[in-house]
Design a protein around this ligand. Structure first.
Ligand SMILES: *[C@@H]1O[C@H](CO)[C@@H](O)[C@H](O)[C@H]1NC(C)=O
Ligand SMILES: *[C@@H]1O[C@H](CO)[C@@H](O)[C@H](O)[C@H]1NC(C)=O
Ligand SMILES: *[C@@H]1O[C@H](CO)[C@@H](O)[C@H](O)[C@H]1NC(C)=O
Ligand SMILES: *[C@@H]1O[C@H](CO)[C@@H](O)[C@H](O)[C@H]1NC(C)=O
Ligand SMILES: *[C@@H]1O[C@H](CO)[C@@H](O)[C@H](O)[C@H]1NC(C)=O
Length: 344
């Protein structure tokens, strides 16, 4: 009898679990997410211009902020840096090699020659082409990364981004769009995470933003589905998350999940509590899970090993970004993934 009871209750548990799995996979199937085919995803993270200080006229090489790398790694992927100022062949090679690309946040002129904005423009169009060609390829923009998605999808329009004063260094809730549960981004999000995201739990550090109005003015409302807005004042509600209508695995968020567990600059007001850690994790976990549905790979193991960010040292700054990776331009214009050397 005892054995039967144990068996009975565990079978009940199994069937409840399977029911939940079934529910989730049915939902994901309904929004066209293909099956998982790759348990060793590699994410490319785009570097951006590095300025020695606020008065620097010209960038000195490029950098990647380490908190993005850590966040992607802790979702179960490895990271390859993507360098700026390269030719089309280099970015084509990247899009045919990695399983997803992250456009991180930062502060650069998106219209600068050979910079992050230019590279993001090339990458966005290559990713669109790949998806149109039947290759499922996710692209995720965070903060400046969301902003650049807006800009490049409007062919580098200067009117998509608007001033968004008052949301630098503030934790805010997401105000979900009415149909947010039918988006790819939020259709499978556990309810407890949704509940947390309705509290002051997202880390905002931006002075520009996209709004419903700026998307409308740039004819982008058919391109992007706004899944949430946030704001501090009644008159300014910015787009805090959005996904591409045709390919919803191209998506962006205006806030910074990676700062919650990984940035500690003492002048920042980022939430670091349990609910904030759990809820913010979800966006990168979701992104990496999309990348498991792409089976690109490096042409050989040696190329993969030499391209991974493990080859570069993270430098402790003690500043606004606690750790960064720095890259200098090399003499070579080759399309080799490691044609840029680290500074140390
Ligand atoms: C650029 O960075 C390198 C490596 O850190 C440094 O040696 C050099 O002095 C920097 N150049 C300028 C102009 O700051
Ligand atoms: C689309 O796929 C075909 C066949 O694999 C390939 O020849 C072509 O280059 C691809 N186009 C793009 C834009 O990726
Ligand atoms: C949230 O969005 C709704 C419409 O979806 C709007 O009526 C409401 O004012 C918004 N609230 C905030 C705080 O932005
Ligand atoms: C959330 O943050 C806003 C802006 O700082 C503040 O006005 C509001 O009172 C906060 N809400 C809660 C529940 O703490
Ligand atoms: C705006 O989008 C519509 C529908 O996609 C298109 O027909 C129209 O030409 C676009 N207008 C501009 C100015 O791009």
């Amino acid at each position: 009898m005892f054995v039967f009871t144990i068996l009975g209750s565990s079978m009940l548990l199994v069937s409840v679990y399977m029911y939940e799995m079934f529910e989730v996979s049915t939902y994901q199937g309904s929004i066209g997410r293909p099956a998982i085919i790759n348990q060793r995803p590699i994410i490319g993270i785009l570097a951006e211009e590095y300025f020695e200080n606020k008065n620097s006229q010209a960038p000195n090489g490029s950098h990647i902020v380490a908190s993005y790398v850590k966040m992607v790694e802790s979702s179960g992927a490895r990271v390859v840096p993507i360098f700026i100022g390269k030719d089309l062949a280099y970015y084509k090679n990247i899009v045919n090699t990695v399983n997803g690309i992250l456009l991180p946040g930062g502060g650069v002129d998106l219209w600068a020659e050979d910079g992050y904005g230019k590279a993001a423009d090339i990458i966005y169009n290559l990713v669109l082409n790949a998806n149109r060609n039947g290759t499922y390829f996710p692209l995720f923009g965070v903060c400046l990364g969301l902003e650049v998605l807006g800009v490049v999808s409007a062919e580098m329009s200067r009117t998509v981004l608007v001033d968004c004063k008052g949301v630098e260094n503030i934790a805010l809730p997401l105000n979900f769009s009415d149909d947010y549960r039918s988006s790819a981004l939020f259709s499978g999000t556990p309810q407890h995470i949704i509940d947390s995201l309705k509290t002051n739990i997202t880390s905002n550090h931006h002075s520009k933003c996209l709004t419903q109005a700026s998307l409308y003015e740039n004819n982008l409302t058919e391109t992007w589905k706004v899944t949430s807005t946030s704001g501090v004042r009644g008159d300014l509600k910015f787009v805090s998350s959005m996904e591409h209508v045709e390919f919803p695995h191209i998506f962006g968020i205006q806030f910074h999940p990676e700062k919650v567990p990984f940035e500690w600059y003492n002048k920042n007001n980022d939430p670091h509590d349990f609910n904030a850690i759990v809820a913010n994790r979800w966006f990168y976990d979701y992104f990496v899970d999309l990348a498991r549905r792409n089976d690109n790979s490096f042409s050989n193991k040696q190329k993969e090993e030499s391209s991974i960010i493990y080859n570069y040292p993270a430098i402790y700054t003690g500043g606004y970004f606690q750790q960064i990776y720095r890259f200098q331009y090399s003499d070579s214009a080759s399309t080799n993934l490691i044609s840029v050397v680290s500074q140390q």
